[in-house]
Design a protein around this ligand. Sequence first.
Ligand SMILES: C[S@@+](CC[C@H](N)C(=O)[O-])C[C@H]1O[C@@H](n2cnc3c(N)ncnc32)[C@H](O)[C@@H]1O
Ligand SMILES: Nc1nc2[nH]cc(C(=O)O)c2c(=O)[nH]1
Ligand code: SF4
Ligand SMILES: [Mg+2]
Length: 221
Amino acid sequence: MYKINEVFETIQGEASFTGVPSIFLRLQGCPVGCSWCDTKQTWDLNTEYLVSLDKTVEKKADSELWTEATSEQIVTLFQDKEYLAKHVVITGGEPCMYDLVPLCELLHEAGFSTQIETSGTFEIKVPKETWVTVSPKINMRGGYKVLTSAMKRADEIKHPVAMQKHVDELEALFTETGVTPKLVYLQPISQKAKATKLAIDTCMKKNWRLSVQVHKYIGIN
Ligand SMILES: C[S@@+](CC[C@H](N)C(=O)[O-])C[C@H]1O[C@@H](n2cnc3c(N)ncnc32)[C@H](O)[C@@H]1O
Ligand SMILES: Nc1nc2[nH]cc(C(=O)O)c2c(=O)[nH]1
Ligand code: SF4
Ligand SMILES: [Mg+2]
């Protein structure tokens, strides 16, 4: 069973798949504790907020309500909703707290491509076809460490930045893990002007890429 906070269809607003119509599956639960996390409603698994599947599909507003479903129920839901998107983004919360192999395999059999968004602090369990976006979380409150195996598996790195310290921490992680990623995106934290300038200047200097959370600029989910 997967614990689910919400399901919705939208345009992927971040990194390499920006602009791709996607079904988002947001799983519940995350202990990493990023102070600037934009989905804090996914952190806890409070049984008081356990509801039926229909209450977590296309929520009108962010909430701590969550439900449980099997891989089969999730694929059936996507088919019943007649979503047009063929790309599924599994995010959270921290999706790698779950074994995502059965779910991704079933989605692939049903004709979907899959992508995960992860902090890299839990072992990544996905099929080899799944696109893995690692957004490494360094020195966050929960005390979790980024796994070298996650850095190696990453198809892209997407790092939220607001201060030079965040860029320095990322480069130290590359050195520490011995991984030089193929694709590195910097993502300004919360559309702040200073953070955006830092991301642009650093991308120009390092030949990295900019990811600006397009959905937040155009006011979609
Ligand atoms: C909410 S997280 C969920 C998936 C996973 N826990 C992770 O951190 O990758 C999805 C993406 O949003 C990014 N993110 C979260 N809050 C943000 C913020 N305020 N500004 C920019 N990016 C943010 C994360 O770094 C991650 O890349
Ligand atoms: N449009 C859109 N794109 C996204 N890319 C990553 C998201 C996430 O919350 O993981 C996200 C999201 O919440 N909305
Ligand atoms: S790891 Fe992801 S979901 Fe968890 S607190 Fe950090 S940004 Fe939020
Ligand atoms: Mg988001």
